[in-house]
Design a protein around this ligand. Structure first.
Ligand code: DAH
Length: 357
């Protein structure tokens, strides 16, 4: 019969010497595994006489318990050491950007809005804002739309149900009410742009019920259409990144400007693409004009003292022209493949130093 105390000290020595979990497992198998030394002793107990079993049984069981305990303790110690070593070796740099998974991107409309704001900010314009839900006065009346005038219908307005006072709120049909809000709350001189969402009940390849406009307004003394033309040409040159912008005014009608015009920009349409700054085609790009004296009166500005110009243009359309998206409806379909393709990196912040895109 094996000398139990020798076996025990051998096994405990091997357990203590096991330098990793794999080595410890080898020791465990050699002692307690199917063909292990302690397992053999336990098996041998069956063949013992009752007296012998009574004498040797507790010794063998005691040996097994102590070896089992030693293995469990060594295992816990090795696991803890392994974890500490892993933690010590691992360095997490919390300042690193998260690894890209499904990459988000900046929508072209938002990117272009940032570009526009950057360009106009350089020209001394501030950004103004107004609510998406407007009242009739700001959206129409103060802008010199006569009551019942068909122009109100022209805008395909989304009206809310009348409230208790009978007032019918609406989703603003253009960013022009921000002109009114600004002139009511600020004294001239005023130089603002107002980018934002607008809503019209209309949907086809070139119209969506929600789209984006940017409004511009300048109110000061001795403002004339020359200032308007210079401002818009400078802006278009910077936006389309060309020195060869050519524009023309076409007479138009807006209730809130007099005279009113649409501005076209010279472009090349050959090759299925619109290229601004070359060619012999014209592309309608925005509406503009000199602020109507009635609008100035509505907001308490004396038209004999101050004049101004205003302009408004579609941001989504401007984005499509520069970045080549063919269908306006795709812009708001939330198709991640489209967004992945046309979207911008969040780090590509438009600024004058690094370029606009
Ligand atoms: N609000 C006009 C529209 O949505 C666009 C517009 C035209 C704005 C002329 C202006 C302007 O400020 O002067 O159709």
């Amino acid at each position: 019969m094996t000398d139990l105390s020798v076996l025990e000290s051998d096994l405990l020595g091997a357990v203590a010497a096991a330098s990793d979990l794999a080595a410890l497992e080898e020791v465990r198998v050699s002692a307690l595994g199917k063909h292990g030394s302690i397992s053999a002793l336990l098996k041998g107990m069956g063949a013992m006489s009752p007296d012998e079993r009574k004498e040797k049984g507790p010794l063998i069981n005691g040996l097994r318990d102590r070896v089992q305990t030693a293995i469990a303790e060594r295992k816990a110690a090795l696991e803890e050491a392994a974890l500490s070593a892993k933690l010590a070796a691992e360095r997490v740099d919390l300042t690193l950007p998260a690894p890209p998974r499904r990459k988000g991107s900046v929508h072209p409309t938002m990117q272009v809005m940032d570009e526009l704001v950057e360009i106009f900010a350089q020209m001394g314009f501030e950004v103004a804002e107004g609510p998406d839900i407007e009242d009739d006065w700001h959206n129409f009346t103060a802008l010199n739309f006569p009551p019942k005038h068909p122009a109100r219908e022209m805008h395909d307005t989304f009206f809310f149900n009348p409230d208790e006072k009978g007032e019918r709120k609406l989703l603003r049909t253009h960013t022009s009410p921000v002109q009114v809000r600004t002139m009511v709350s600020q004294k001239p001189p005023i130089r603002i742009v107002a980018p934002g969402r607008v809503f019209r009940c209309d949907s086809d390849q070139t119209h969506t019920p929600m789209f984006h406009q940017i409004e511009g307004l300048v109110i000061d003394r001795d403002i004339n259409m020359g200032h308007l033309k210079w401002t818009l040409e400078t802006f278009l040159g910077r936006y389309f990144e060309t020195d060869t912008v050519a524009t023309r005014f076409r007479p138009h009608h807006f209730p809130f400007t007099e005279p009113s015009a649409e501005m076209d920009v010279r472009c090349d349409r050959s090759g299925g693409e619109v290229k601004v700054g070359q060619g012999d085609s014209w592309l309608e790009i925005l509406g503009c004009g000199m602020v109507h004296p009635n609008v100035l009166r509505q907001v308490g500005i004396d038209p004999n003292e101050f004049q101004g110009f205003a302009f408004g243009l579609g941001v989504d359309r401007l984005a499509m022209l520069k970045y080549g998206m063919p269908d306006l409806r795709d812009m708001f379909a939330s198709d991640t493949r489209w967004l992945q393709h046309y979207g911008f990196s969040a780090y590509a912040v438009p600024n004058a130093a690094t370029g606009l895109d």
